[in-house]
Design a protein around this ligand. Sequence first.
Ligand code: KG4
Ligand code: ZN
Length: 364
Amino acid sequence: MLMLNKTAGVFSKPSKKKIYEFLRSFTFHPEKLFLHKLVLGIETSCDDTAAAVVDETGNVLGEAIHSQTEVHLKTGGIIPPVAQRLHRENIQRIVQEALATSRVSPSELSAIATTVKPGLALSLGVGLSFSLQLVDQLKKPFIPIHHMEAHALTIRLTNKVEFPFLVLLISGGHCLLALVQGVSDFLLLGKSLDIAPGDMLDKVARRLSLIKHPECSTMSGGKAIEHLAKQGNTLPLDFKAPMQRAKNCDFSFSGLQNIVGSIIMQKEKEEGIEKGQILASAADIAATIQHTTACHIVKRTHRAILFCKQKALLPQTDAVLVVSGGVASNLYIRKALEIVTNATQCTLLCPPPRLCTDNGIMVA
Ligand code: KG4
Ligand code: ZN
């Protein structure tokens, strides 16, 4: 109404140009009228600088992300001071971009949420100090976020999932199984005793020099392994699945990495090639490591489902298993997990790929 009165007063003889100028002077965002709380989420725990604005009903108003993957692929792994420098170089731009695409001004924010643990200390520090400056400047509340809890709860943005549910987080830096009983109520059932599956796949891909493979040069190690595995056959492996006797749901991947390392050495001898050249049997090795990794992940997850059901921590039917993290985008591993969820009357849910990996939305 106010707007109409103003319009009537301003334009006695309106020209088209003036009308457009006038209309442009109003920034009218109908979607904002019903919003109350807006949270800016900031993520810098590893090698992604990410930010997003989410409202209290879970609507994503805008997001921005800068991935360092390309740089780290070239150096053969994350070098923490390099990751820190890249976060420093990008954080301001990424936060500004997230706010601009959301059409939210900093003063409209209700709070700023930032990953504070776990992660690379140097990387976490960039997000934290940037956020603390911002909350001080804007006089807004600060919400410290646990990175794994953010990953575990992300599914609730896209699916109506009730507590409790089981979550399996598998990525380059994470490997854990937990029962999610509430927003900040987690029961840790198992974790990797050494490296994460994505880290192991990255190391094997590097040892196989897959970055030199014409089909895989821009792919992460895990993705390259999945891609090549489709063209290969599993080799017989003299390897007992790890943790068979461990009465918990822990994981271990470094033994598998060592075994595959020996196979690669043997194949290099057989094929008469030097370390650093691509083996003719690379696809078979990729298929073997992918299959063995899937078997191990599935066995530990099966154990966790049975344990939770036996202790009545999960419902007997229609229990939910959420799988997230970069490795969760592997379709072979997903299929293997589906066999277990079908056999135990559970539902397998995976967030869409962009929410599986590190992002600002999950933090907000
Ligand atoms: O979640 P993410 O983006 O970053 C963290 O590690 O937190 O996960 C990246 C990891 C890398 O180790 C990468 O090799 C692995 O996920 N990855 C995959 C696939 N795509 C990415 N592993 C297996 N299969 C894939 N398709
Ligand atoms: Zn993560």
